[in-house]
Design a protein around this ligand. Structure first.
Ligand code: FNR
Length: 346
């Protein structure tokens, strides 16, 4: 048992070392954005935070039509959709305040993902009042309990993503506890629960954490200075971390991961929409993501108002001159539907 755990820990360390990652973002990190980030060169992609209770309420559904595995609520809402192509690269982030429930949620999805991450950074009232997200970093015993159970019981690597505590000393105490649970890496966003994104990132806290622990540290919070892969590498060097995870820079232009340099926002929107069409992504989610990409061009872009008004994927196709591609995808889906009906009738 010890040898197999040791082998696993070597494997897991490599998985989180020298990597660039799409950081977890609610609403942004659904399947189309994750696949796009992988196309552009991200090594690992996080899903949006999903609360343990929610995934536990879902039914698993093999979606043969789209080639995905879906986790669906009884009203048909798709809570989590994943494609086989991302399995080895996908980190499933859980919102939790309870070790047993987190374990049950993680067990439900672990066969479809490469790793499980616990959100210990979300400062939103919804999370903190429920004892989740950033509420956890002031409860080291709870942190220990959740991570220890998950590390022991899951077959995939376990990590967590924290914010800093106001004092460096307390932050280091916390990460030492985290390290002692046997997690494979720790993500550190260099801001405290009460600091907003306009506050400078505490790169020096991340640096101190990276020095204090042996597990890989994933630096986060640097998006304001990140426009290219080279900027990510500078952020990594500055913080002395093993890897970098990027949220807003990727939300605004996901091609930030490209070795050859980022593409124009128009290219990114079109590639994003192709995946949204292909995987029948929810139209409100699609709209949100497209609006994030054009966020700083809202006033100058003639398409912006149309995007705000759009209510269907078809309308998005029209705005960006993609009708023929959209129709082709629908025709292929229809063909597949007919094949499946035939197969099930036989
Ligand atoms: C986030 N963030 C976040 N963090 C997390 O652990 N789970 C989540 O679901 C989310 N959701 C989320 C949504 C959106 C729209 C944003 C902008 C951010 C925080 C995010 O992962 C990251 O820690 C911060 O944005 C700081 O990193 P960047 O943006 O400077 O790279």
């Amino acid at each position: 048992w010890h040898i197999s755990k040791l082998k696993m820990s070597v494997r897991d360390e490599a998985m989180y070392t020298g990597k660039v990652m799409l950081a977890p973002m609610v609403r942004v990190c659904t399947l189309p954005m994750r696949l796009l980030a992988l196309d552009y060169g991200a090594d690992l992609v996080y899903c949006e935070e999903i609360v343990d209770r929610k995934i536990l309420m879902c039914q698993k559904y093999d979606n043969e039509l789209l080639g995905t595995t879906d986790f669906i609520l009884s009203d048909g809402t798709v809570v989590f959709r994943t494609a086989p192509r991302e399995k080895e690269k996908l980190i499933f982030q859980i919102g939790t305040c309870d070790a047993k429930r987190a374990l049950a949620a993680a067990k439900k999805i672990q066969d479809f993902v490469a790793g499980v991450d616990i959100n210990m950074g979300c400062p939103k009232e919804f999370s903190v009042k429920g004892g989740m997200g950033a509420a956890l970093i002031t409860q080291p015993e709870k942190v220990r309990e959740i991570l220890t159970l998950l590390v022991k019981e899951l077959s995939v690597p376990v990590t967590c993503k924290i914010r800093c505590l106001p004092s460096l000393e307390k932050t280091l105490e916390l990460v030492k506890i985290i390290e002692s649970t046997g997690v494979s890496a720790v993500g550190v966003h260099g801001r405290t629960k009460d600091e907003r994104s306009r506050n400078p990132n505490r790169d020096e806290f991340i640096q101190a954490v990276a020095k204090a622990v042996k597990i890989p540290v994933i630096a986060n919070g640097g998006s304001m200075d990140i426009k290219t892969l080279a900027d990510m590498e500078r952020f990594r060097e500055r913080t002395g971390a093993c890897s970098v995870m990027v949220a807003r820079a990727a939300e605004w232009n996901c091609s930030v991961f490209r070795k050859q340099g980022p593409l124009s926002f128009l290219d990114v929107i079109k590639s994003y929409l192709r995946y949204a069409f292909q995987y029948d992504n929810n139209e409100m989610n699609t709209k949100y993501c497209v609006l994030q990409i054009i966020h700083d061009k809202m006033t100058e872009l003639s398409e912006a108002d149309k995007c705000l008004a759009a209510k269907s994927l078809e309308e998005f196709a029209d705005i960006w001159d993609m009708r023929s591609e959209y129709i082709k995808i629908l025709a292929q889906r229809k063909e597949r539907q007919d094949e499946l009906s035939q197969k099930h009738a036989d």
